[in-house]
Design a binder for this molecule. Structure first.
Ligand SMILES: [Fe+2]
Length: 505
């Protein structure tokens, strides 16, 4: 039976069955309103969990039963690519509708949106401008690996796309695996390692061995010499020291940046030079070191809070409904109710320099933005070690600052954003060694003056007390686990690390 459409109709979008399942709930009321969005992993505590689960569905159902459900890719089209790629073990997979009905028997049938359209829509319909070039770069969905779109007057038009097996994302993941990291998860660590390596030493070797052709304006294809889908662990076994790994990372990142700039140039030409804005989407849009380079071609750059596959739970719905929905925050998930514990956090910061918070709705996207965060005083030489001791993570990896937006340009040069999408350069690195990388760069999160969220209030009070408008902000998680989600997770974190997580009363 076809459900009756009403203004209060509930619409779902979801991703999963490959990696990082997520679910979004919209209401048709108020010109399509996003009510809630969350990642499956936060409920099962399994990093990048590919499957839905009973708990996430029960939380989504608090908004009412959905009448429409959209899924972020076309599984049948994907199977043709998997057949071509020889991934025979993946062919008998369960259909998206059947998978959801394992946890919610009355779920309507899931309708499909193509993978790159879901990415493009997640970027375009959440952008602060109506007309923009859109560049999508990821590993692989169905067949597309890179695509360029024109977003104009509420419509997305595909201008160009490239197909598997030539994939910039797959190559970057293969290099991630080559240096001993986990592909499809640790690409951000390769990006961080790049700053400590020598980009010149292996640049020519990597280019010669992997890349046949890089993009030029009207011919944006990147042609690879080898299919990296099954990795490249056999490449140059002589390179196996920590310095070799750092140099591979540095050269890989440099080559990615070169390709990225040329793709931006292509996006400019293929949209006839009529846009001064570009929207970046797909998992590669998490490359916050490369993203600011888009400014070489475009005046404005937009990267959504969650540009990877999980963010397509929003994109697959927006692609069908073609509605603009400015997303000025990413606090969309599970709620720990009550007032943001500003005073308790300040007390801890003043006495111990470091504390943690779990309050309000969890962040949708890979980054903690103040609701599930470890927070610390960014001044002084000892803070980085203090936080690293708790997080047990690689010493080369930097922590990020969160700053009152109106003060960002006093301390940082270059692009900053509300979702940590760009790196900029710290003007006073000696004063803030905990939030800068080896090259004095910082991945800055700004908090706008009109923000009604707790982190804004906290920064304002911290600034009043200390004259410093920023804090160190890093994700609140137990090593190897997803971000803390619930009050119970936060209490478990406190027990494990001995640092009190500030919770609402
Ligand atoms: Fe993707």
């Amino acid at each position: 039976m076809t459900p009756v459409e009403s203004d209060h109709m509930i619409i779902w979008g979801w991703t999963g069955l490959s990696h990082d399942a997520s679910l979004s709930v919209f209401s048709k009321a108020d010109n399509l309103k996003l009510l809630w969005s969350a990642h499956s992993e936060r409920y099962t505590r399994v990093k990048n969990d590919a499957e839905l689960n009973y708990t996430i569905l029960q939380e989504a159902l608090q908004w009412g039963d959905p009448q429409r459900i959209y899924y972020y890719e076309n599984p049948w089209w994907k199977k043709t690519r998997q057949l071509y790629a020889g991934q025979y073990n993946q062919l008998p997979s369960i259909s998206p509708t059947k998978h959801m009905r394992n946890f919610y028997t009355d779920a309507p049938r899931s309708q499909y949106t193509s993978h790159h359209l879901s990415h493009a829509a997640a970027g375009y319909y959440t952008a602060p401008f109506n007309n923009t070039a859109v560049l999508v770069i990821d590993s692989i969905g169905e067949w597309n690996t890179t695509s360029i779109w024109s977003g104009r007057d509420n419509k997305l038009k595909r201008k160009w796309s490239q197909n598997y097996p030539h994939s910039i994302g797959i190559w970057y993941s293969a290099m991630t695996q080559r240096i001993g990291l986990k592909p499809q998860e640790h690409e951000y660590i390769l990006m961080g390692m790049a700053a400590v390596g020598d980009p010149d030493r292996l640049y020519a070797d990597i280019k010669k061995d992997f890349i046949e052709k890089t993009p030029v304006s009207y011919a944006p294809e990147t042609i690879f010499k080898r299919d990296c889908h099954r990795g490249c662990l056999d490449w140059r076994p002589d390179l196996n020291t920590p310095q070799d790994y750092a140099d591979i990372a540095a050269a890989t990142q440099r080559i990615y940046e070169e390709i990225f700039v040329e793709l931006c140039r292509s996006a400019y030409f293929m949209t006839d030079g009529k846009y001064d804005s570009i929207t970046l989407a797909g998992g590669c849009a998490l490359n916050c070191v490369a993203n600011p380079l888009a400014e070489l071609l475009f005046k404005n750059v937009h990267v959504p809070a969650n540009p990877g596959d999980a963010g397509s739970a929003i994109g697959c719905v927006l692609a069908h409904w073609k509605k603009f929905m400015l997303m000025d925050h990413a606090y969309l998930g599970h709620e720990i109710k009550g007032d943001y514990p500003v005073e308790e956090i300040l007390r801890e910061l003043h006495t111990r320099k470091i504390t943690a918070v779990a309050s309000g709705r969890a962040e949708y996207g890979p980054r903690a933005l103040g609701n599930r965060s470890i927070l610390a005083d960014p001044r002084g030489a000892d803070v980085k070690d203090l936080v690293n001791t708790i997080k047990h993570r690689e010493s080369f990896r930097p922590f990020a600052p969160v700053i009152l937006a109106e003060h960002a340009s006093e301390y940082f040069e270059g692009m900053t954003g509300d979702f940590m999408q760009y790196v900029s350069v710290c003007k006073d690195p000696e004063q803030f060694p905990a939030v800068i990388h080896y090259d004095n760069s910082s991945r800055v999160q700004t908090v706008q003056p009109n923000s009604k969220h707790g982190i804004r209030k906290l920064l304002e009070r911290w600034y009043e007390d200390t004259g410093c408008p920023m804090l160190l902000n890093t994700s609140l998680n137990i090593k190897g686990e997803p971000l803390v989600n619930t009050r119970e997770d936060a209490e478990r974190w406190t027990k494990q690390y001995g640092v009190q997580v500030c919770l609402p009363e």
